[in-house]
Design a protein. Structure first.
Length: 58
């Protein structure tokens, strides 16, 4: 037995469940992986803390 990497977990466990639920298969349903967003624009034009997530379902 080997240690499963994060990429293996996504490919073998998470992606098949999302696909079975229709995400990325049904027209208009999209999956974005490893999304990094800059933070919210605050007063004075500065940005807040950035956000990152593994999956965004649209």
């Amino acid at each position: 037995m080997y240690d499963e990497t994060e990429a293996d977990t996504r490919a073998n466990r998470i992606d098949p469940v999302l696909e079975a639920a229709g995400w990325g298969v049904v027209p208009g349903a999209m999956i974005r992986r490893e999304v990094i967003c800059s933070g919210r624009i605050q007063t004075g034009g500065r940005r807040g803390k950035g956000l990152a997530c593994d999956y965004v379902l649209i």
